[in-house]
Design a protein around this ligand. Sequence first.
Ligand code: AMP
Ligand code: ZN
Length: 469
Amino acid sequence: MAITLFNTLTRKREEFVPLDRKEVRLYTCGPTVYNYAHIGNLRAYLFEDLLKRTLLFNNYNVKHVMNITDVGHLTSDADTGEDKMLKGAKREGKTVWEVAEFYIDAFNRDLFKLNILKPTILCRATDHITEQIELIKRLEKKGFTYVAGGNVYFDTSKLSDYGKLAQLNLNAEKTVQARVEKDANKRNPHDFVLWFTKSKFQEQEMKWASPWGEGYPGWHIECSAMSMKYLGEQFDIHCGGIDHIPVHHTNEIAQSEAATGKKPWVEYWLHNEFLVIGDNEKMAKSGDNFLTLSLIESKGYPALVYRYLCLGTHYRKPLMFSYEALEGAKNSYRRLTEKTLELKKEKTAMKEDKEIADEYLAVFTAQINDDLNTPQALATMWEMLGDAKLSGKGKFTLLLKFDKVLGLDLKNFKEEKIKVPAEVKKLAEERELARKNKDWKKSDELREKIKALGYVVGDTKEGYVVSKV
Ligand code: AMP
Ligand code: ZN
């Protein structure tokens, strides 16, 4: 079945056709390791994991490369502000190298807890300085660079299609740029640093010898150098959050296509919308609205509940985070895991199973292949679970197939140690019946009785759930 993806480059949904039939080559921009990833960042990695799982589900092999930025990224994506790694080191009284190690470990733990498939190659910018220098030399040879104030810059005026990904209107932007903080060395407002030698960060610990003097790379060059090293000069898909469109990805395209002369560098560009909180505010590492996975876990929400929450919103729509929404996801996830355990015990299939299961599978696949429509795919999953025409065994088998894409690790889910006593279960069933009969008074009384026994009952679209107080 064909896969359709929304390509930021064309602003259109397009049928996905890989360059090489056997293997899809995918690059995703990874974390800057000066702090924990926040749950907004994790939304990006979850979206990319969903994309990768969808490709695998459609029988493609996937070569996935993700970078780790451990040098060169300033607090403004456009080469101004503080050095992020140095900022982390000062905050924690450590060296930048220690900071990087610490947050790489934390990042890997988050990926594991969220059941995110490991990239084929996870590569650090500081391990690829030679490749970055070589790429800058290639650009220099072709006349795309200039040196000013000790730094090497990419000259965006040398490319006729600079800014095509973001559909930048360069003339209109010149006036806007004039108002923001500027690097006086730049010939054009959009020019960017390829190599810093005279940095304003005197204490910079990370320095390497280069043809332009001792220094360190600008932020964007690492992604071009490492993706081309591992995936070739042209590859299929490149991803990141929407904040990467106007600067980071725009500059990656400029330097890659300028160096190789081959266009397009990447066929499909996919971007996830933000996770927002409170008054529609983007969650940001520099902000005070920063929530980590460990924090929400400590409040009683397992990592996979967060994964379930993310699946409920299409990746190109903002995800409004709130604890109420997370609580809803927790209830649905619990209902799902309870159902999974119940179905696991079923041993008998029905002869109609295959036909019905094939239909559900076709619907689910069409939804997921339709630009990763997880809200609809989840609805199909719940419809299937409630379908009396399908046996328990048939449901279980199909659920595990769906979960190859959803990634909720249902196969390995273990029963919680706390068993809900039969007495509580009976009261919960009675309450469910009272609710169905719209007898709210009785339903409330039963809720209180359940609470007195040390349990709470919650409601989801799919039915009630019981947990310990
Ligand atoms: P960073 O570590 O800042 O380089 O960001 C890692 C990834 O998270 C990038 O793909 C960003 O575009 C993405 N990202 C940053 N903030 C958010 C957010 N609030 N919601 C979703 N994705 C985000
Ligand atoms: Zn990147």
